[in-house]
Design a binder for this molecule. Structure first.
Ligand code: ADP
Ligand code: MG
Length: 359
């Protein structure tokens, strides 16, 4: 069926032209009966829209694949986890890995990030918290290359991080997930992860080898690797499900699998638990812990304080684009500025008592 779909795909662009042709020719054939022409034309149009919503070629593909019962190719066995997620490299723990210095980004008059200096150390889980609109996602967008910084420096292992290119940043070793999911909804879970594996196998860049049929071998290997990553996040049995048909929770796990597929040094998770049910949230904490145990440094943006306390070594608190506190989760939670940022002005004395309205 996959093969058939591939053969049919190039024709799909032509299908609307064909359909128009059929309608025009059909219209001409009944041209003599002028009175009926419009009615028949409308009927034809109507039946195509209602009867063939996937278009002529889509219908043909469905029909043919049913006719010949083309079996789906078996998926290969998943690769060993060691191959897709190499275990911890010793030695660099604690050294500055990702450094942001006086990072700024404004949108017109809005200073979304306004001078953030922060050091993420190798092997740590670094929390980034702050009220809504405090600039957390903008930090992620700038660091990951979606936006360019207005000013400031970003260093990875002391080298400048590429700016303004998601692709280059991912290649440098920084992967991310999105607060609002950004999956390829029309691809399967497996294919979503395979996309991230593109270029992971040096051989696939050589055209003669692809022509010799080695491209197919590469694809099998990518499937095996992707499957291992899906199993890692607990989606092994949904490899063939279209991303848009996965539950919301599963989509969140898929985003993590896809980001991890890049074998990043730093993984930035932007509110990965947003909207998750409690059991899913616990499962996700386990997944994040296991990614971390394999030596990936993590920057975690999160609202749930228990997730932050459970996972983070150090937390930076943002408010109005500026860092207002940094330290261990327990310390940061008690910091007066943090309490103020989250709860608004904390007033002392009797004025803070609720005022009862008189009727
Ligand atoms: P957080 O993730 O902490 O909730 P954001 O980084 O999304 O905060 O937003 C910080 C501020 O920057 C907000 O005031 C938001 O409106 C603004 N902002 C973020 N992205 C854009 C953008 N692309 N264009 C204009 N303003 C933006
Ligand atoms: Mg955000």
């Amino acid at each position: 069926r996959g093969l058939l779909r591939k053969t049919v795909r190039p024709f799909q662009a032509v299908a609307p032209i064909l359909a128009t042709g059929v309608l025009v020719v059909g219209g001409l054939l009944v041209a003599n009966t002028e009175d009926w022409r419009k009615a028949i034309f409308a009927l034809m149009l109507f039946s195509v829209v209602v009867g063939l919503p996937e278009g002529l070629m889509g219908f043909a593909a469905k029909f043919l694949s049913r006719l010949f019962r083309i079996p789906q190719a078996q998926l290969p066995a998943p690769s060993p986890l060691e191959q897709v997620m190499p275990a911890k490299r010793e030695g660099s723990g604690g050294a500055p890995l990702l450094e942001l210095r006086e990072l700024k980004r404004s949108f017109g008059g809005v200073r979304a990030v306004d001078g953030l200096t922060m050091t993420v150390r190798a092997g740590e889980v670094h929390g980034l918290i702050g009220p809504n609109g405090s600039g957390k996602s903008t930090v992620v967008n700038v660091v990951s290359g979606l936006y360019t910084p207005t000013s400031g420096q970003m260093l990875l292992r002391g080298q400048p991080l590429p700016q303004g290119s998601l692709f280059d940043t991912a290649r440098a070793g920084v992967a991310r997930t999105f607060q609002n999911l950004q999956l390829f909804t029309g691809l399967t879970a497996l294919e979503n992860v395979m996309v991230a594996l593109r270029g992971a196998y040096p051989r696939s860049r050589s055209l003669p080898l692809v022509l010799l049929g080695l491209g197919r071998l590469e694809e099998r290997r990518a499937q095996a690797d992707a499957l291992a990553l899906l199993e890692f996040v607990g989606l092994g049995d949904q490899a063939r499900t279209l991303a848009r048909d996965l539950t919301y929770g599963a989509q969140r796990f898929l985003e993590i699998a896809r980001a991890v597929a890049r074998k990043p040094e730093v993984l930035i998770l932007d509110e990965p638990a947003a909207g998750l049910s409690h059991p899913d949230m616990l499962r996700q904490m386990e997944v994040i812990k296991r990614v971390h145990q394999r030596g990936v440094t993590i920057v975690l943006i999160e609202h749930h304080m228990d997730v932050i306390s459970g996972l983070c070594d150090v937390v930076t608190v943002l408010d109005g684009g500026k860092p207002i506190a940094e330290g261990a989760p327990a310390e940061v939670k008690r910091h007066p500025k943090v309490i103020e940022a989250y709860l608004g002005e904390v007033e002392a004395g009797p004025a803070a008592e609720p005022v009862r309205a008189e009727v």
